[in-house]
Design a protein around this ligand. Structure first.
Ligand code: ATP
Ligand code: LTN
Length: 331
């Protein structure tokens, strides 16, 4: 029997943070052997906000190198740039005709981004979830591993798929979100009430997966905690410490019990140092591999080309089906 299909992606904005790593990429790594996985760089999505072209091109390639450096394997999974497969926008147009404006205006992310970029509330920002639905439905995806913030986009994707399937006949697999238990939401090191975000302008709030060790240690030393001295998991009353515990447990492989036993009453400084060290240690091989890959651009472009070819083959099949169902004349 064919393996089930997994699809996910990240927009090449800002930096890939340990939040993205814990919430998304580390889950992807676990899925590569048991599923047919497709991981895209969502470079069309990020055009909804202004990008500086030369920087954007570089950043997108750097993100692709970071995917591979993290352990995503182009021999097991399809790794590619969304913009290299034209079927994404082709399907988006058709799905647009099955999506209501009101549904898009209600999306939390749209409302947030519209407030943040009040001078540029473009059609792309409103239509963002339909492009995401196209990404997912194009590949007959069963599972979509994302952080909890993307759940609403997954729900609308399901609604669009069901609507289309009911109007015609079963065409799209109806996907489900796959949200990791812990680490579904890693919080900012500076404002533990807010999620750690790739594009946070405060550099102390997040840690990149290719950051220098010294800088990582400093950021953990400066992380906001509370006025107590006990290391204890209590997200409500101790959000800073609890967030650090999630990070240490995900990156250093320690259970909460163990962390409380070892660092419970040793004071925050030694606990924060341990967090920094665990992160540095875990990221070390990733950074080394990333530096090597960035020295071989040709290799990266070849992997991307091969990925796009494989993706296109699957995407074409879905598009043929969709075009036939809606009544477009065959070529
Ligand atoms: P931005 O700040 O630019 O909106 P982001 O940090 O939210 O970006 P995305 O590109 O929107 O990152 O998300 C990439 C993936 O990482 C998604 O699956 C998302 O759910 C997950 N993710 C993002 N931030 C976190 C976080 N703080 N904790 C856990 N998962 C996260
Ligand atoms: N919107 C997503 C990125 C993304 C995505 C996808 C995730 C674009 N296309 C398809 C899963 C499946 C985000 O995380 N901000």
């Amino acid at each position: 029997m064919d393996k089930k299909i997994i699809y996910s992606g990240i927009q090449p904005t800002g930096i890939i943070t340990i939040g993205n790593y814990i919430g998304a990429i580390s889950n992807w790594l676990k899925l590569q052997d048991d599923y047919d996985c497709i991981f895209g760089i969502a470079d069309l999505h990020a055009l909804t906000v202004r990008q500086v072209p030369a920087e954007y091109r570089k950043r997108a390639l750097s993100f692709f190198a970071q995917y591979i450096a993290c352990g995503l394997d182009h021999e097991k999974s399809i790794l590619y740039f969304q913009s290299h497969v034209a079927e994404h926008t082709e399907l988006q147009w058709i799905l647009n005709c099955f999506t209501y404006i009101g549904e898009m205006q209600r999306m939390t992310q749209f409302k947030d981004k519209a407030a943040k970029h009040a001078d540029n509330i473009n059609m792309g920002l409103l239509d963002y979830p339909v492009l995401m639905a196209a990404d997912i439905l194009l590949y007959q995806t069963s599972l979509v591993p994302v952080g909890i913030d993307q759940k609403q986009h997954l729900e609308i994707t399901r609604d669009i798929a069901v609507r289309f399937n009911n109007l015609y006949s079963p065409t799209f697999t109806v996907p489900e979100a796959y949200i990791g238990e812990r680490g579904a939401k890693v919080f900012s090191l500076q404002q533990p009430g807010q999620k750690m975000s790739k594009s946070d302008p405060d550099p102390n709030a997040s840690v990149s997966i290719i950051e220098e060790p010294d800088s990582i240690m400093k950021k953990f030393a400066r992380a906001v905690t509370d006025s107590e001295t006990v290391v204890r998991y209590d997200p409500e009353n101790k959000p800073g410490i609890s967030n650090l515990m999630v990070i240490l447990s995900e990156m250093g492989g320690m259970s909460f019990d163990e962390i409380e036993r070892v660092y419970g009453d040793k004071g925050y400084a030694s606990f924060k140092k341990a967090c920094g060290e665990a992160v540095v240690e875990r990221l070390k091989p990733i950074k080394e591999e990333y530096d090597r890959l960035m020295g071989d651009k040709e290799y990266l472009l070849n992997v991307a080309k091969e990925g796009a070819e494989k993706a296109r083959r699957i995407a074409r099949r879905t598009m043929q089906k969709v075009k036939r169902k809606v009544g477009l004349v065959e070529q």
